[in-house]
Design a protein around this ligand. Structure first.
Ligand code: ADP
Length: 191
């Protein structure tokens, strides 16, 4: 299975993606995490990505695709979190999946009211002290989401892949909704 998590920063994609990946026993692929790891390890790619991430801008597609290609090469399925983030990345993802004989199962779009996004990001900034959680950067990340990533909603809706998930509630409640959707897609529990 290949699931994409789609939603603005603070929607809870990362948390839910990790839980679903554990449940399904497939890798969780977060481009944000891969980038932060590359930065920590001081790789060339990490150095190139840093200024974009610090500003809350998208890291250029070639760098992202280099990361994702490697990870997807041997995968039997995966949960994609934070990728694709624009139409060009979505097009390339389609080609990569075809190349490795996988197809996209669906796109889980987490719906969360704006006020909740801001509150969640502020909470995370306190807990994790992520460099890109400063107020100006967060504002830019929300803008970048609206301009570049939100068009993927229509892109995947037209492809018949989009599933809206109510992103309000406790982590467990939301995860339960997501697992039901995944089970249904797998032809499982629901009759
Ligand atoms: P969030 O979804 O909360 O913004 P992420 O960890 O997914 O957090 O991403 C953090 C930053 O990493 C983004 O603001 C961006 O700079 C960079 N990034 C992550 N994924 C991508 C991607 N697919 N394309 C371009 N940049 C990305």
């Amino acid at each position: 299975m290949v699931w994409i998590f789609l939603g603005p920063p603070g929607a809870g994609k990362g948390t839910q993606a990790v839980l679903l990946a554990e449940h399904l026993g497939i890798p969780h692929v977060s481009t944000g995490e891969l980038l932060r790891r590359a930065m920590r390890n001081g790789t060339e790619l990490g150095k190139k990505a840093k200024s974009y991430m610090d500003a809350g801008d998208l890291v250029p597609d070639p760098l992202i695709l280099e990361l994702v290609r490697e990870v997807l090469a041997g995968a039997k399925g995966c949960i994609l979190d934070g990728f694709p983030r624009n139409i060009a990345q979505a097009d390339v993802l389609g080609a990569i999946l075809k190349g490795v004989g996988l197809s996209l199962t669906g796109v889980l779009r987490l719906d969360v009211p704006d006020e909740m996004l801001v509150a969640r990001i502020a909470g995370r900034a306190r807990e994790e002290s992520r460099a890109d959680d400063s107020e100006a950067t967060v504002r830019n990340r929300l803008k970048v989401y609206a301009e570049q990533t939100a068009p993927l909603v229509e892109y995947y809706r037209r492809a018949g892949k989009l599933v809206d998930v109510n992103g309000e509630g406790s982590i467990r409640e939301i995860q339960t909704r997501i697992r039901e959707i995944a089970a249904e897609a797998a032809g499982g529990t629901k009759e």
